[in-house]
Design a protein around this ligand. Structure first.
Ligand code: CP
Ligand code: NVA
Length: 330
């Protein structure tokens, strides 16, 4: 099957067929191998890329920058306070200006509507580097990592544990339903995914053979898992909710006991950054206030052989590169 994504924006995996998602994962692998073998194709030679960030980022920002430079493009970082976006200039006008100057635009921020408006008016591909609802470039890197470690994706028992309705959970849910995984969200009922999104993935699962389970029962959810995945309990922009989330999510911490319920060869994934010790200002503050030295994952699991979180972080470069190369048309 020949796949062309030239000119397309990348806002959510909802907009992509299983074949297109598969294509992006395979293209990521090819670009990764090229990089490892020193093959420089400069597939984005002369392209200018705008990187708009309303929220902080280590991986996504660096992955876009490195991927752009690797392929001969020029990335321009536009951080919070650098441009007028929404303050003195509407999103619509900003989109039309940037679209005249740049070949592609990345947006990370709060409202999903902002990235949709950018895509609607820019006239060039817009890539979602995380909004409150979706984090699709993360999901691509996650699926690539699973494919590398497990050999395939279909039928893989992939368990996401924690805040079952955040941007990362939503994107994994959509992708897994399209790629035929045995995907489970294990979270307290208060944090179950949105009903509309679940109804959507029920439909997409029919074609792929995926099974989707949402449960608050940890034992049932993680049984024989091939992959256990965690994200932070409190996403960016929700910082007032630490106490409530800690109370809700304490039983869902990924620890050695939970890993023992998974398959012996299970891997642990986390989109990062992770709270697995007190070596961060926030981690220490949480410890002082609530008495817990680790949140969504224990240091023991994070540092274990089963943890492949840094392979996963590296894969952000290769997958983001694939998205840019595919949509800008080489
Ligand atoms: N996983 C992820 O998106 O990391 P950053 O917030 O550092 O970009
Ligand atoms: N759910 C997290 C993901 C961080 C990469 C957040 O939005 O903060």
């Amino acid at each position: 099957m020949s796949v062309t994504l030239k000119g397309r924006s990348f806002l959510t995996l909802k907009d992509f067929t299983p074949g297109e998602i598969d294509y992006l994962i395979n293209l990521s692998l090819e670009l990764k191998q090229n990089k490892y073998n020193g093959i420089k194709k400069r597939l984005l030679e002369g392209k200018n890329i705008a990187l708009i960030f309303e929220k902080p980022s280590t991986r996504t920002r660096c992955a876009f920058v490195v991927a752009a430079f690797d392929e001969g493009a020029h990335p321009e970082y536009l951080g919070k306070g650098d441009i007028q976006l929404g303050k003195k200039e509407s999103v619509k006008d900003t989109a039309r200006v940037l679209g005249r100057m740049f070949d592609g635009i990345q947006f990370r921020g709060f409202k999903h509507e902002t990235v949709e408006a950018l895509a609607k008016y820019a006239g060039v591909p817009v890539w979602n580097g995380l909004t409150e609802r979706f984090h699709p470039t993360q999901a691509l890197a996650d699926f690539l990592t699973v494919k590398e470690h497990k050999g395939n994706l279909k039928g893989i028992k992939f368990v996401y544990v924690g805040d079952g309705r955040n941007n990362v959970a939503n994107s994994l849910l959509i992708g897994a339903s399209k790629l035929g995984l045995d995907f489970r969200i294990v979270s307290p009922r208060e944090l179950f995914p949105d009903r509309e999104l679940l109804a959507y993935t029920e439909e997409t699962s029919k074609a792929s053979g995926a099974t989707i389970t949402v449960t608050d029962d940890v034992d049932r959810g993680v049984d024989a898992a091939d992959v256990i995945y965690a994200d932070v309990w409190v996403s960016m922009g929700e910082e007032e909710q630490f106490e409530e989330r800690i109370n809700l999510l304490k039983p869902y911490q990924v620890n050695i006991d939970m890993m023992k319920k998974a398959s012996d060869s299970a891997i642990f994934l986390h989109c990062l950054p992770a709270f697995h010790n007190r070596e961060t200002a926030v981690g220490e503050e949480v410890y002082q206030k609530y008495g817990i030295p680790e949140m969504e994952v224990t240091g023991e699991v994070f540092e274990s052989k089963q943890s492949v979180v840094f392979d996963q972080a590296e894969n952000r470069v290769h997958t983001i590169k694939a998205v840019m190369v595919a949509t800008l048309g080489g």
